[in-house]
Design a protein around this ligand. Structure first.
Ligand code: NAD
Ligand code: DAU
Length: 348
């Protein structure tokens, strides 16, 4: 039996990782540590909450004493660290929160793991989940490689870059058994509707304006969240210590083309006239420091660990739209309360 700590397991990607690990590894005890911020939602894990190999701990990774105690009380064999403040727009309005959670939270986990493991790193892994945004912004050509120099532009990506550097520093300085992966934009079920795809699905459903930043020409490389979870599984188990793996969908879309595709899909699903939802598209003030293009070269993880995306974007998006339409309670719950005031402030 192995005991694995997953941080941020009540969030979007984390909940998919918790589910995958529980299903695939019946000999693992999974402890999900999450603060349950606005983005954390135990509803995401309803189907597995009674699994005897699963437990939930509510706590803040910024709380140094709490984290130290947690690692004293539990002998974790591995850590999969996803907990973070993850939304770029929120980092623009409140950067300090991102430094606390993403930088201080990560160093607290590193210190606690190091303290608990002593110098016995055998069969131990500290796996840090990061983003392609640390590499900055691409022009029309080129891809992010693992060797691409860091060039973060937003408070969010700077905080993630900082945490990546710390994780790597603990490998070189203390010999900690670390791994890092940097992934492109995820989409899928259970994503909080502050992010582009679920926000647009929600607004289309409600016949509300679809706020496209700038000219809508920025490009993102989209990956189905379950494929990211599969990649996390592969890196956690087979990745080489000290190494970084880029994960991406090889699937670049301008925002405007993606929003139009969503409009077409929703028109079909909702029985609306063709072109009806597109009328809701509204160009709004651009995001400050808006990165132009992200595109991942994921050949290393394919070559060395045999991972590649399992489904096409068309299929993944269709399933995602279907999930949101069939889970309106989930969407209504997360968009009541605080979401309303966030939305007013962000899109006023
Ligand atoms: P999310 O915002 O949906 O979930 C984050 C989770 O972390 C939430 O459950 C939240 O409650 C928890 N959390 C936040 N602050 C905490 C704290 N101080 N202590 C304990 N828990 C805390 O994020 P996500 O989209 O699932 O992203 C998960 C990770 O993957 C992040 O590290 C993010 O940087 C990274 N990532 C995300 C994407 C993406 O497209 N969403 C892509 C690449 C990498
Ligand atoms: O690349 C990986 C990153 O992808 C992750 O590290 C982040 O956690 C995740 O939030 C995501 O960051 P982005 O900023 O790319 O995602 P977001 O969904 O916020 O925006 C996607 C694109 O859509 C971006 O170019 C901004 C644009 N956008 C977004 C929103 C919310 C709009 O045009 N309108 C909107 O209302």
């Amino acid at each position: 039996m192995k005991k694995i700590l997953i941080t941020g397991g009540a969030g979007f990607i984390g909940s998919h990782v918790v589910r995958l690990f529980l299903k695939k590894y019946p000999n693992y005890e999974i402890v999900n540590l999450d603060k349950l911020t606005y983005a954390g939602n135990l509803e995401n894990l309803k189907d597995i909450e009674s699994n005897p190999n699963y437990s939930f701990v509510k706590g803040d990774i910024v709380d140094e004493d709490f984290i130290m105690n947690l690692f004293q009380e539990n002998k974790f064999d591995g850590v999969v660290h996803l907990a973070a403040e993850s939304h770029v727009d929120r980092s623009i309005s409140n950067p300090t929160e991102f430094i606390k959670t993403n930088v201080m939270g990560t160093i607290n986990l590193l210190n606690a793991a190091r303290n608990s493991w002593g110098n016995d790193f055998e069969n131990k892994v500290f796996y840090h989940i990061s983003t392609d945004e640390v590499y900055g912004s691409l022009g029309k050509e080129g891809f992010f490689l693992e060797e691409t120099p860091y060039d973060p532009r937003s408070p969010y990506s700077s905080s993630k870059a900082s945490s990546d550097h710390l994780v790597r520093a603990y490998f070189y300085t203390y010999g900690m058994p670390v791994k890092i992966s940097n992934c492109s934009n995820n989409y899928g079920s259970h994503q909080f509707p502050e992010k582009l795809i679920p926000l647009m699905i929600h607004n289309i459903q409600q016949n509300k304006p679809l706020p496209v930043y700038g000219e809508g020409l920025n490009i993102r490389d989209w990956l189905w969240v379950n494929d990211h979870a599969r990649a996390i599984d592969v890196v956690f188990h087979d990745g080489v210590l000290g190494e970084t793996y880029n994960i991406g969908g090889n699937n670049e879309w301008t925002n405007i083309d993606l929003v139009k595709l969503l409009c077409q899909t929703m028109d079909r699903k909702l029985g609306r006239k063709e072109g009806e939802s597109e009328k809701l598209i509204t160009y709004v003030t651009d995001r400050a420091g808006h990165d132009m293009r992200y595109a991942i070269d994921a050949s290393k993880i394919k070559r060395e660990l045999g991972w590649e995306p399992s489904i096409t974007f068309e299929k993944g998006l269709e399933d995602t739209v279907e999930w949101y339409l069939s889970n309106s309670d989930w969407l209504n719950n997360v968009t009541s309360g605080d979401y309303q005031s966030y939305y007013e402030k962000q899109y006023k």
